[in-house]
Design a protein around this ligand. Structure first.
Ligand code: HDE
Length: 719
């Protein structure tokens, strides 16, 4: 018997590769049908006479249209809108003390990764800038099999038990009678549900914060959310929370801007990720671990198994253990980004689950949904989902099977193939579940340690800076303002009284509702109607820390302008040096510069050189940029001033608190804009992020600061 037959191996996969059609449209290749037949005329169907009816015989037309008719697969029920990229993960130091996972032990290899970022609620074609949680899913192709870290850009979740997930998603999706609104939580059913679910309060504060409208995927943190376990080679377990820390810092846009971007460029995040990678500005994150010894399981005022709680970094610091770099765009969106299938249950030896009831439910859901989304049980064979490690088992057949398994045994135990494929001992890398002792009564219920729904919501609110708090309050007023039923708004304000009285009062004020003067007793729908109400009432415990600075974006990295987009407003007569020097200074630091003018084409500089333009005031908008620069050249500035859209461009950038710079000539332009109010109020221009001496270093410093929130206190730009 041939070795192949005894031990079916991945070799059979390579047979398929040999057979696979070369789909690259390279030189000298002919157009063919799916059967390889060369096509002679791809423009006309087969007809009975030039003006006659089309013939059913036309198998080429039928094949083409049939395939086209079936091009769409169901979109993901959640996280439908997303973008992906390839990259690598490199470990800084071995973590063998905590885990035996090879990719977390070996500092010499680079582990390939594929990452998909997503928004949760909207459909595949919805805007990137919806107020929403973002998915942050990473597939590590390790030597021991695929490990998927399927996280979000917020460290907690709305609900404590998987049982509530379909309810949550039904509530946030467009309302079923009219399918409105798309990609938005600002509607009655969402807030009806949330206002009846006090456990969602902490997450809702994150969702109303600017974290829900990121500037870029590469400027978001990522979180594994649940507590997981690390297991070392001695089978010792520690608890762990996973973090991704972006090296560009954590930055967001403002809500008014997000709404503008949604119209001007709904692909804003997708484009940003794509362009950054194409430009060599590879997005980078450090993998961070919060490691909690098993002995400390009950040390904190919250339950480690409760996914509505985070561990403040001040209590357990985040240990940065390696770096992920995204360095390659996919070749084909559908084949890779759409067909990638993540699963929190894809783990490797050295990593294990906790009993978080949300995580436990997820372990069922992902394969289940992918079976239908990807059309059957063989989606692990789609190239983007294939592990790099060898794959042998007795699973066979099914829709779209690619592997041609050789041999006659597809069962275990067998003797015909001498028992192959073999079970692996733990020492040989076989996965063994952590032997956790469980001695329990079967119960449909929730632990009392999950009943504190408010203390971390309050901690989050208290940890925000003044502008962040203001944005958060405005977001609540916006969202609840879109709710038609007044009793839902009132119930929500009542719940906010449990979080913070000022927050509740300001939101009530914005909604024209009476301000409750004491915390209102919330309803608890997390329990069965048979439960004793007094034993199950939500409580507000004393938080482990009152404030966690790590939860504010205020203190984030502000020393880089890599991947930032800067608009240069120019017209005929712009000064060569003022344009070129600034452009070089910014692009040297990794920023992207676009030249925008009254119309497309080219302009002539004062020195008579021709410069190519990247956009016009019709094709571009300030919301798509991080900063604006107006180079010198009196004629150029006079030209710009003939176009009111250029004034609007700068006013809007000013309104959104972005860095703005001009040379000496541009000061006349600024006087036409609302920026003049800084001077009128005798405030310092540079402290408000406006540079008027064309100094590149100062401008770079201002862009790196991201936004000048101090302007919000006095600026009066109407629209
Ligand atoms: Fe998911 N989630 N989820 N989720 N999730 C899916 O799987 C689900 C949860 C997350 O880019 C689905 O293949 C349940 C938390 C991301 O392809 C589905 C519960 C977190 C992605 C599913 C949760 C996530 C998904 C839809 C509660 C952060 C996109 C399509 C028990 C830790 C992955 C799919 C990608 C996708 C179920 C809660 C993250 C339906 C039942 C908490 C990033 O299986």
């Amino acid at each position: 018997m041939a070795k192949e037959e005894k031990n079916p191996t991945n070799k059979s996969l390579s047979k398929i590769d040999d057979l696979s059609v070369n789909t690259e449209n390279g030189e000298g290749q002919f157009l063919t049908t799916n059967q390889g037949l060369r096509i002679n005329d791809n423009n006309n169907s087969l007809k009975a006479g030039e003006r006659g009816p089309t013939l059913l015989e036309d198998f080429i037309l039928r094949e083409k249209i049939t395939h086209f008719d079936h091009e769409r697969i169901p979109e993901r029920i959640v996280h439908a809108r997303g973008s992906g990229a390839h990259g690598v993960f490199k470990l800084y130091e071995s973590l063998d003390k905590y885990t035996k996972a090879a990719f977390l032990n070996d500092t010499t290899t680079e582990t390939p990764v594929f990452v998909r970022f997503s928004a949760v609620a909207g459909s595949r074609g919805s805007t990137d800038l919806a107020r929403d949680v973002r998915g942050f899913a990473v597939k590590f192709y390790t030597q021991e099999g695929n490990y998927d870290l399927v996280g979000n850009n917020m460290p907690v979740f709305f609900i404590q038990d998987a049982m509530k997930f379909p309810d949550l998603v039904h509530a946030v999706k467009p309302e079923p009678h009219n399918e409105i609104p798309q990609a938005a939580s600002a509607h009655d059913t969402f807030w009806d549900f949330i206002s009846l679910m006090p456990e969602s309060m902490h997450m809702v504060l994150w969702q109303m914060s600017d974290r829900a409208i990121p500037r870029s995927y590469s400027m978001m943190e990522g979180f594994g959310v649940h507590t997981f376990r690390l297991i070392n080679s001695k089978n010792e377990s520690s608890f762990v929370k996973f973090h991704w820390k972006p090296l560009l810092g954590v930055h967001s846009v403002v809500w008014d801007e997000a709404q503008g971007i949604s119209g001007k460029d709904p692909d804003f995040h997708r484009r940003d990720l794509w362009e950054s990678i194409e430009a060599g500005n590879f997005p980078e994150w450090e993998l961070g671990l919060q490691i909690i010894p098993e002995a400390d399981e009950h040390k904190y005022g919250f339950d480690l198994l409760d996914p509505t709680k985070l561990i403040p970094e001040e209590l357990v610091p985040v240990k940065r253990v390696g770096k992920m770099t995204l360095n390659r765009n996919p070749d084909n969106f559908f084949a890779e980004t759409e067909q990638v299938a993540f699963h929190p249950g894809h783990i490797v030896p050295g990593i294990d689950f906790s009993n978080d009831p949300l995580l436990q439910g997820r372990l069922f859901s992902y394969t289940d949904t992918q079976l239908i989304r990807l059309g059957g049980p063989n989606f692990h064979e789609i190239p983007i989902n294939r592990p790099l490690s060898p794959l042998h088992n007795n699973q066979r057949d099914g829709y779209m099977r690619q592997t041609i398994n050789a041999g006659i045994t597809s069962y275990h135990p067998n003797s015909i193939s001498e028992g192959h494929p073999l079970q692996a001992k733990a020492a040989e890398g076989g996965f063994v579940s952590h032997a956790e002792r469980i001695d329990a009564v079967k119960i449909r219920g929730r632990s009392e340690s999950f009943f504190d729904h408010f203390s971390q919501a309050t901690m989050f609110f208290n940890s925000q800076s003044k502008p962040e708090k203001k944005h958060l309050i405005d977001a609540f007023i916006f969202e609840l303002g879109k709710v038609d039923r007044v009793f839902i708004r009132e119930r929500m304000v009542g719940l906010l009284t449990q979080v913070d009285q000022t927050l509740a009062a300001k939101v009530a004020g914005g909604l024209g509702l009476p301000v409750p003067n004491a915390p209102e007793k919330p309803m608890n729908h997390g329990v069965s109607p048979d439960a004793n109400e007094n034993d199950t009432e939500p409580i507000k415990a004393k938080p482990d820390v009152e404030k966690s600075p790590a939860l504010s974006m205020e203190g984030t990295i502000k020393n880089t302008i890599k991947a930032r987009k800067v608009a240069f407003l120019v017209a005929n007569g712009v000064k060569d040096e003022s344009l070129k020097k600034m452009k070089k200074a910014l692009t040297d630091k990794g920023a992207m510069v676009k030249l925008i003018s009254l119309k497309l084409g080219t302009i002539n500089t004062e020195e008579g050189n021709q410069v190519k333009l990247d956009g016009s005031f019709l094709t571009e908008a300030s919301v798509l940029y991080d900063a604006v620069y107006i180079p010198d050249g009196k004629k150029s500035i006079a030209g710009l001033m003939t176009e009111p859209k250029s004034i609007h461009f700068v006013n809007e950038a000013y309104k959104h608190c972005k860095a703005i710079a001009t040379g000496a000539d541009g000061v006349a332009f600024l006087k036409e804009t609302f920026i003049k109010e800084i001077e009128e109020k005798k405030l310092n221009m540079e402290e408000a992020g406006v540079i008027t001496d064309g100094n590149a270093d100062k401008f770079i410093g201002s862009i790196a600061k991201h936004r000048f929130w101090n302007r919000e206190e006095f600026r009066n730009v109407p629209a």
